[in-house]
Design a protein around this ligand. Sequence first.
Ligand SMILES: C[S@@+](CC[C@H](N)C(=O)[O-])C[C@H]1O[C@@H](n2cnc3c(N)ncnc32)[C@H](O)[C@@H]1O
Length: 227
Amino acid sequence: MDPSARVYSRFNLRLYDLVVLVISNKWAWRCPTSSTLVPFFHKDLGERAHLDVGVGTGYYTAKSAHNLAKTENVTLLDLNEATLSTASSRLRQAGYRGTIDEIHHNVFHPLPDHLHGKFDSVSLFYLLHCLPGSMVDKGPKVFATLGVALRPDGVLYGATILGRGPGVAHNWLGRRLMGLYNKKGIFGNADDALDDLKNALEGRFEDVEVKLVGVVALFEARRPKTG
Ligand SMILES: C[S@@+](CC[C@H](N)C(=O)[O-])C[C@H]1O[C@@H](n2cnc3c(N)ncnc32)[C@H](O)[C@@H]1O
């Protein structure tokens, strides 16, 4: 398993919500969890089936149990089995009553056939910046893999911390964390820029919106291109 997935051991998952969702999102990346990321996660949730990719502690899906009341199925996909079981239990404990499927899978590999065309919405929050490689390389691969999971009227959306480029100015804490995490292979985003993300999405989707909050890109993509 890559360091980007291996780091999420059961021990580290206990620290994740505090270190990433409370401290880093506010003070390092300047994209607060409660006022920005949670509402953005809720906004595009589908009514029939939702796929969350790179689930971590399952914070966002658990926070959405109420918003998912009508959604029949939530599928969780991750390379790390500890995150899948943690996120699945947390969603159930939060009161979600539909079916929950866990898919132990690497996002760089093609999705199993039974997931093709199944989902109204696919979320990938804080996954891309963890993946190794440049955005020019990993973006098109990931969007090609996940695009096939969408229904024709579906939406793929997410958030990723950028490394450089116009509009991306890291503060002191951000620079320290970026250096440490990229050195350890927990992040692979030193060269990730907004334009490269936008181009990768536009290569796969007709309708793309991207905006920057702090150093985090929030993106939504609709109408997957065929062929
Ligand atoms: C930073 S966490 C994000 C957790 C959550 N979405 C959030 O925003 O709090 C990244 C997640 O992506 C998973 N991951 C890393 N590389 C992966 C890969 N190649 N395929 C699938 N999941 C991967 C990790 O195991 C981890 O659960």
